[in-house]
Write a protein of this length. Structure first.
Length: 177
C-alpha cells in the first residue's frame, strides 16, 4: 500500500489539474513578445464549450486572442470574438491555428485594427510542419498599416483546414504579408 502524505486524495489533485488545464486552454489571452504598444489593445472574447490545442514543437493555437510578436502599434486593436462549440487545433512542428483572433508578427500599425468575429460549431485545424489555419482573424506578417483594417466575420457550421507542410487555409480573414 502506498501512503498519501499530502492528506489529499489523488482524485482531487487530478480533478484540479484537469480543471486548471481546461481553463488555461480555453481562456482568452493577450501576448506581446518583444513588441511596443502606444494606444489600446482591447480583447473581448467570449469562448464557450470549445477546445483549443497545440501539439508539437513550436505549435500555436489561438482562440479569441490577440498576439503580437516583434511588432509596433500606435493606435487601437479591438478584437471582439464569440467562439462557441468549436475546436481549434495546431498539430505538428511550427503549426499555427488562429480562430477569431488578431495576429501580428514583424509588423507596424498606425491606426486601428477592428476584428469582430462570430464562430459557431466550427473546426479549425492546421496539421503538418509549418501549416497555418485562420478563421475569422486578421493576420499581419512583416507588414505596415497606416489607417484602418476592419474585419467583420460571421462563420457558422464551417471547417477550415490546412493539411501538409507549409499549407495555409484562411476563411473570413484579412492576411497581409
Amino acid at each position: 500500500m502506498i501512503a498519501n502524505l499530502t492528506g489529499k486524495p489523488k482524485e482531487m489533485k487530478m480533478k484540479k489539474f484537469i480543471i486548471a488545464t481546461g481553463v488555461f486552454l480555453l481562456s482568452a489571452s493577450v501576448a506581446f513578445a518583444a513588441s511596443s504598444v502606444k494606444g489600446k489593445i482591447i480583447n473581448k472574447s467570449n469562448v464557450k464549450n470549445s477546445a483549443n490545442m497545440a501539439i508539437g514543437k513550436g505549435a500555436k493555437a489561438r482562440m479569441g486572442s490577440v498576439s503580437l510578436k516583434n511588432s509596433s502599434v500606435k493606435g487601437k486593436i479591438i478584437n471582439k470574438s464569440n467562439v462557441k462549440n468549436s475546436a481549434n487545433m495546431a498539430i505538428g512542428k511550427g503549426a499555427t491555428a488562429n480562430m477569431g483572433s488578431v495576429t501580428l508578427s514583424g509588423s507596424r500599425v498606425k491606426g486601428k485594427i477592428i476584428n469582430k468575429s462570430n464562430v459557431k460549431n466550427s473546426a479549425n485545424m492546421a496539421i503538418g510542419k509549418g501549416a497555418t489555419a485562420n478563421m475569422g482573424s486578421v493576420t499581419l506578417k512583416n507588414s505596415s498599416v497606416k489607417g484602418k483594417i476592419i474585419n467583420t466575420s460571421n462563420v457558422k457550421n464551417s471547417a477550415n483546414m490546412a493539411i501538409g507542410k507549409g499549407s495555409e487555409a484562411s476563411m473570413g480573414s484579412v492576411t497581409l504579408e
